[in-house]
Write a protein that binds this ligand. Structure first.
Ligand SMILES: CC(=O)SCCNC(=O)CCNC(=O)[C@H](O)C(C)(C)COP(=O)(O)OP(=O)(O)OC[C@H]1O[C@@H](n2cnc3c(N)ncnc32)[C@H](O)[C@@H]1OP(=O)(O)O
Length: 218
């Protein structure tokens, strides 16, 4: 990666990405875009502050890559809209992979994917564009994770799971093997998903059922 970087956003997710960019010894972040005029965060000291999205035109798409530092929470489309806005202007996004993550050589990570610290992504898994695989998440083998997903901290995605676009897997949630989760689903924090989930659903909680194993196999 030889182009300089421009950070979109200046909140918590952007600060974590700034740490990773430093650890990875990537090219410098030459500017950040944030509407916040009273912003006072040491992480961005000395870096050009662009207050409006349109100010990006000070940098040619030929010279910079963008890093989407806007975090992702359920029911918030802001991050995705910004991606579309900048793509339409011809800008491309950097893919950031923490040096403290384990990513299989056979995994495929699309443009703009962000893999944070202590993530594991196993063999033959694909992660589509602009998805965040957040701190400590596990994505097992042969998964197909959709675009603009957020796998929140410590989410566990077992093997052969498919997710549609815009899915949020909440922190510490578990999806068992072979499940399909359709687009725009929210899996709540700590939930365990054992059935396929239809689009635009919210999944809460975990229902433990106790079945006598002897009777089960009679
Ligand atoms: C680096 C970072 O910090 S990344 C951030 C990671 N964060 C996450 O992944 C959070 C994911 N979000 C959640 O789990 C949310 O609670 C959601 C999206 C599932 C639900 O949000 P909302 O629809 O706003 O629900 P709301 O907060 O109004 O709660 C409604 C009820 O459901 C309960 N509830 C909410 N979330 C959950 C959950 N994950 N599991 C069980 N119950 C829940 C609430 O306690 C509340 O119950 P009550 O009426 O008895 O008090």
């Amino acid at each position: 990666m030889s182009k300089s970087l421009v950070m979109i956003g200046s909140g918590g997710h952007a600060c974590v990405l700034m740490d990773l960019i430093e650890q990875l010894e990537l090219p410098p972040v030459v500017a950040y875009v944030s509407p916040d005029v009273s912003f006072n965060n040491q992480v961005f000291n000395g870096i050009t502050h662009l207050r409006h999205d349109d100010d990006i035109s000070r940098f040619s798409p030929d010279d910079v890559l963008l890093v989407n530092g806007v975090g992702s929470l359920p029911n918030q489309a802001h991050r995705q809209k910004l991606c579309q806005f900048y793509h339409q202007l011809g800008y491309q996004f950097a893919t950031i992979i923490s040096p403290n993550s384990i990513v299989s050589k056979s995994a495929i990570l699309a443009q703009g994917v962000q893999v944070m610290n202590n993530v594991v992504i196993q063999a033959n898994t694909r992660v589509n564009a602009h998805t965040i695989v957040n701190t400590g998440a596990i994505v097992e083998h042969d998964c197909d994770i959709g675009a603009n997903n957020h796998l929140a901290p410590r989410a566990t995605i077992c093997g052969n799971v498919t997710t549609g676009a815009g899915v949020h897997i909440g922190t510490s949630a578990t999806v068992i093997q072979g499940i399909t989760i359709e687009q725009n689903v929210i899996v709540g924090a700590g939930a365990t998903v054992t059935h396929n989930i239809e689009q635009n659903s919210i999944v809460y909680g975990f229902r433990s059922q106790v079945v006598n194993r002897t009777q089960q196999h009679e």
